[in-house]
Ligand binder design. Structure first.
Ligand code: AMP
Length: 504
């Protein structure tokens, strides 16, 4: 029997591990206390001890500056990006630019790269899996959001390495959910994976036939998730309190934290019932010196009104992605739900209206991604009787930046991966020694608005007059969505030496 490979859903909010046992049964890996998911939270407590998962999450309110959540979103991105500016509005810990222009998390004067924080979470899953399976686990298939770019995917490999876990393959979260649904049965269906988690929304259209999973189109919104639903409730609570007491609580960080926690709890409660009470004692002190409590009741229909514009946005994206796939909503056979926020009844009702059918009960929103990763891991093993093929797409175009800042596209958005393009470049100076290429990824028209992936330099070009030497460059995107480049002298066949200055 070859070595165990676990499947890992490295989530923004929660992470989860799963494995296929020797008898072919797939199972989630339980944590102490019987939970199957572990919060993707890391902290350093006042004694300097590192905490991961539930221990870290439990002390968050008392230690917000040294408790890190959402680190996955900060991996492989540059400090100057819009995503970081948005994240800064949402986090309570400090971040700073690293030497490479990446994001570092500042904890008690100590600096950790976002990748290192994700590595701590992966290490926790590895530890729990090893203890549970009674074998040292060193290999994993890890899932990432479909919209992750090349840099973010490379960061997952680095995080795995730092955790002592070889990432044998990276697969996309929606593809994993589709695997959980269709790997073990013979289906010929087109499914839509509607994934609304804590921080992001994603929709993918995937055709499944004879265990071939072909992604037709994918899209999403990196700034739309459960946390925005919470914010809408927080605003409502603040408005109500101000109307009652004339006091604005926005400047009081402790009160705001308590309100935010309570808003999420009420939102979750309202998925089960029609109204939920909300009570926070001693939220502030009135001008008279009297302590004030916050007491309200929020009804489900009120919540639905507060968040309807957010829900609308998810369906705008659905319409676009279904059109990209060349389909109409009624041609989708099944809608799979992923992500905790899809438990909201309004979301399920709106899905039923939009697609003309209720969402599938075939997969569990919190577990499908890890299960799919474990099934894929199992399919990689020689002794496995499960053989699947994944045909994925590139979530964003990859382009060369030209000298004037415009782009020359190499790979278009939604093109199939793996993929390859070849271009021949001619020297434009006498005795030109190297060829430098700046590559970026994104769907915006100018280089500055997209993610800079790196500056690739090919050195050792044969001396000759301008125009005399032709260099052939091959651009490869792997099935994981990771780019690599190779160049050779077209006349002599000599390979060029490559160095890369990674994008920041
Ligand atoms: P995930 O990233 O998939 O773990 O999803 C986390 C998000 O789902 C958070 O914003 C939670 O508040 C939200 N969530 C979890 N359970 C529920 C529920 N029963 N109803 C509504 N939202 C939920």
């Amino acid at each position: 029997m070859s070595e165990t490979i676990i499947g890992v859903d490295l989530g923004t909010t929660n992470s989860c591990g799963a494995v296929v046992r020797d008898n072919g049964e797939v199972a989630l890996i339980p944590y102490r206390g019987g939970e199957f998911t572990v919060p993707s939270v890391f902290a350093i407590d006042d004694k300097g001890q590192e905490l991961v998962g539930y221990e870290a999450q439990r002390q968050w309110q008392l230690n917000p500056k040294r408790t890190v959540y959402g680190a996955k979103r900060l991996m492989g991105i540059s400090y100057g990006s819009e995503l970081v500016r948005e994240m800064q509005k949402r986090i309570t810990y400090d971040i700073a630019a690293g030497d490479a222009g990446d994001v570092e998390i500042v904890l008690q004067g100590k600096r950790l790269k976002a990748v290192e924080v994700s590595a701590r979470i992966l290490a926790k899953i590895k530890e729990v899996a090893s203890a549970h399976l009674n074998v040292p686990v060193t290999k994993a298939v890890v899932t990432v959001p479909a919209y992750f770019n090349d840099r973010q995917r490379q960061a997952v490999h680095l995080a795995g390495k730092a955790a002592g876990l070889e990432v044998v393959s990276i697969i996309n979260e929606p593809t994993a959910a589709a695997l959980a649904y269709g790997a073990k049965k013979s289906v010929n269906e087109t499914v839509a994976v509607y994934d609304l988690g804590g921080g992001t929304f994603d929709i993918s259209v995937i055709h499944i036939r004879d265990r071939v999973f072909e992604v037709r189109a994918t899209g999403g919104d990196v700034f739309l998730g459960g946390i925005d639903f919470d914010t809408a409730v927080v605003q409502y609570i603040l408005g109500d309190f101000k109307a009652q007491h004339g006091l604005d609580l926005t400047g009081d960080p402790i009160a705001m934290q308590r309100i935010r926690d309570m808003a999420e709890r009420v939102k979750i409660d309202l998925s089960m019932r029609q109204e939920a009470p909300l009570s926070i004692p001693f939220i502030t002190i009135a001008k008279s010196g009297q302590p004030l409590d916050l007491n309200m009741i929020i009804r489900r229909d009120e919540l639905e009104t507060l968040v309807s514009h957010l829900v609308d946005r998810t369906f705008d994206t659905c319409a676009k992605v279904i059109e990209d796939a060349g389909l109409t909503a009624d041609q989708i056979d099944q809608v799979l739900l992923v992500g905790g926020q899809t438990r909201m009844p309004l979301i399920q009702d709106r899905i039923a209206k939009f697609f003309g059918k209720p969402p599938s009960k075939g997969v569990h929103p919190d577990e499908a991604v890890a299960i799919g990763a474990a099934l894929f891991a199992w399919s990689l093993k020689a002794e496995s009787n499960l053989k699947v093929r994944l045909l994925d797409v590139l979530p964003m175009a990859i382009a060369i930046e030209t000298a004037n800042g415009t782009l020359h596209h190499l790979f278009e958005r939604n093109c199939a991966v793996p993929n390859q393009r070849q271009f021949t470049f001619t020297t434009h100076r006498d005795n030109q020694k190297d060829l430098v290429m700046r590559i970026c990824q994104g769907d915006k028209p100018s280089a500055q608005e997209n993610t800079h992936l790196g500056e690739f330099t090919f050195a050792g070009i044969r001396p000759g007059p301008a125009g005399a030497v032709k260099v052939e460059v091959v651009f490869d995107v792997s099935s994981e969505g990771i780019l690599s480049l190779n160049a050779k002298d077209l006349d002599t066949g000599a390979q060029m030496r490559q160095t890369v200055k990674l994008g920041t």
